[in-house]
Structures are given as C-alpha cells and as structure tokens.
Design a protein around this ligand. Structure first.
Ligand code: HEM
Length: 221
C-alpha cells in the first residue's frame, strides 16, 4: 500500500469514528428548537457516553487529533490538482479548513470550561454568547454547524468508498446526498436561531453559571 493510500485510510477511519460523536452533537444543536430542557436533557444523557473517561479518548479526543494531523499531512503532501475538482469536494475542503481554524477554540471554550472549572455551557451558556458578542457568535455558530454537517455527510460518503462500506455508499447517490445535507442544514439553522433566542425564549442567559465564568475570566464585568 503506498503512503498516500495509507494516509487516506487513516483519514477515513478517524473521521468515521469521530462522526459518531459529531452526529449526536449536531442533532443536539438542532434540538435547541424544542427548548432549553430538551437541549440540556439530551446533552446530559449523551455526555454520560462521550465524556465517560475512556470513551471520551476513544470516541472524541484521539480520532479528532488523528483526523486533524492526517488532514494537515495530506494538505502538505498533496500534489497540485491538474484536473478540475467537483464542487462537492471543494466544499468538503473549504468546510474542513474552516473547522481546522476554529476547532481548538471551540473545544477549549466548551470542554475546557467543564474540565477546568466544572462549569458546563449548556443551552443558556451558548445562548449567552449570542448576546455577549452577537457580531462574532451569529456567523460563527452558523458556519460551525453548517460546515460541521456538510463535512460529516460528505466525509462519511467518501470514507464509505475508501473503506468499502456498502451501507454508506447510499450517500453517494446525488439525490440522497442533497436531501440529507439539506434536511440537516435546515434543522441546524433552526437550532442556531433558537439558541440565539429567535424561536425560543432564552430568559436571562447572562446570569447562567457559564456566563458568569466567561465574564470573570475575560474581565468583562
Ligand atoms: C452550532 C454548532 C455547535 C454548538 C452550539 C456547539 C456547542 C457545544 C457545547 C455546548 C459543547 C459542550 C458539550 C457538553 O458539555 O457536553 C461542545 C463540545 C464540543 N464540540 Fe461543539 N458545538 C457545535 C458544533 C460543533 C462541531 C461542528 C464540532 C466538530 C467539528 C464540534 C466539536 C465539539 C467537541 C470535540 C466538543 C468537546 C466534546 C467533549 O469531549 O466533551 N462542535 N460543543
């Protein structure tokens, strides 16, 4: 097996494992449209699995790290394309680059707060950030959710082909691909709008524990 193919398989395996967490995580964001208790209830239940000591390493941290490293290695080694690349593949690369740029900040801001201070952001913590710096958090969460979803669906369909998983190849059918991307994108936009207080009453998120922590750490109050 040549080196390129080996890295491609590493990329496909690590992405496929991480996609289990990411799928649950993004469904959780879409659930915000059903309100704070639905969002927090689902997160508390899912957290019992994805933040369980060994599982967090196996399902989230290690695959994410391996995926990022192999993406960077391939970015450096990939020869300049001589043939045109489809819009789907281009979108996959752009969304991946955006995620590469923001993922460390996202994990530090969310998991860092619970690991270091025992404070979980939850619905009201996320809702607070929209009110805190709206010009940044509105586009940031919208892009994070949509890039995450597109990268997940396109990545899974590619991993299915690389690893020869017949069940996943259904995503390669153009209609199925568009339908899955479209339905998920609409649900996520509704979820983000809800976290931002458009469809759901978010109350006084600035008095949440997470908001108080952020304001204290940034010296904003
Ligand atoms: C609108 C979109 C998103 C929002 C509002 C959001 C929000 C959150 C929140 C609240 C947490 C803390 C979870 C908990 O305490 O149980 C979290 C953790 C995390 N998020 Fe996101 N997230 C979004 C999208 C994404 C995407 C697209 C990715 C990856 C590409 C991602 C990766 C992670 C990771 C790795 C963690 C830490 C998981 C752990 O080890 O507990 N998130 N996010």
């Amino acid at each position: 097996m040549n080196a390129e193919l080996k890295w491609l398989r590493v990329q496909a395996w690590s992405g496929a494992v991480f996609s289990v967490f990411l799928f649950v995580h993004l469904v959780n964001q879409a659930l915000a449209m059903a309100g704070a208790s639905a969002y927090d209830g689902a997160q508390v239940s899912a957290r019992r699995v994805y933040q369980a000591p060994v599982l967090e390493l196996v399902l989230v941290a290690v695959p994410l790290l391996v995926h990022v490293v192999s993406a960077v290695v391939q970015l450096i080694r990939r020869p300049k394309a001589t043939t045109p690349v489809s819009w789907r593949v281009r979108l996959h690369r752009y969304s991946g680059r955006f995620l590469l740029l923001v993922i460390v900040g996202h994990v530090v801001a969310t998991r860092g707060a619970s690991l270091l201070y025992g404070t979980f952001p939850g619905f009201h913590g996320v809702a607070f950030t929209f009110q805190w710096v709206p010009a940044y958090f509105w586009p940031y969460y919208t892009a994070l959710a949509l890039c995450g979803w597109y990268h997940l669906v396109h990545g899974l369909s590619t991993a299915g082909a690389v690893l020869r998983w017949p069940g996943v190849s259904v995503l390669q059918r153009p209609r199925m691909f568009k339908a899955v991307v479209g339905v998920g994108a609409v649900a996520l936009v509704l979820g983000v709008l809800s976290l931002g207080g458009v469809f759901v009453d978010v109350g006084e998120p600035a008095s949440s524990e997470y908001a108080r922590l952020v304001l204290r750490l940034t010296g904003s109050r």
